[in-house]
Design a binder for this molecule. Sequence first.
Ligand code: NDP
Length: 239
Amino acid sequence: MSRSVLVTGGNRGIGLAIAQAFAEAGDKVAITSRSGEVPEQLAKYDVLAVRCDITDSAQVDAALTEVETAHGAVEVLVANAGITNDTLLLRMSEEAFTSVLDTNLTGTFRVVKRASKLMMRARRGRIVLISSVVGLSGSPGQANYAASKAGLVGFARSLARELGPRNITVNVVAPGFVDTDMTAVLTDERRAEIVADVPLGRYAAPAEVASTVRFLGSDEAAYITGAVIPVDGGLGMGH
Ligand code: NDP
């Protein structure tokens, strides 16, 4: 069955791999990004690209309306868009803290709230939030990012309770280190330190995160809700 799937930040990195996985499975996929362009990797699929900055409620509302008009109510929502702005606490400005929270946590709230309206009416839906191993373990220099990613866990579990009676599942995927633009900024030295801590001894490919997200959006995962699934090569040992 072809479902209406929306992936925020679906133009590159992990979001792109997620969009590809659902498109490959035959779903009707929409992606958002700030540019609104279809990346060349998705050109062979009939993917709808919508411009949307998730820090702006009006843009979120307009984007969801566009997706609903083209593909019908969103049945699977993947809230993937996110940013980092790393620095140590004493150097971290309030703006650096609140802007990361505004994108990663409040931005996810904006999209989930808007999409869940029609899911509730339909009495079915799948919501997957992309958190991070760092939200569970903490990370020096990433207090803002880790707080935002930990916040997603409490947010998801509250929604799992609120929306469960409407047959909507809400789960979190917590990737470890994944080869994308976000981690390309790390120095070789930092990269080597990270890999030394990962039992599988390497970064993940975006597709390895995408396959877990696709599973959570599938019928096979119908009885999983409120879960935090690590995809981290063993870095967090199940936490
Ligand atoms: P990238 O930096 O490669 O991509 C980030 C995506 O988020 C882009 O599509 C970007 O869109 C979008 N985005 C950022 N800010 C906004 C905004 N205000 N409004 C709309 N879209 C926005 O990141 P990754 O693919 O690496 O990360 C994807 C998710 O996975 C993030 O939530 C990240 O925190 C999480 N994650 C990543 C890990 C990693 O190692 N890479 C590990 C654990 C979690 P645009 O192109 O328009 O900027």
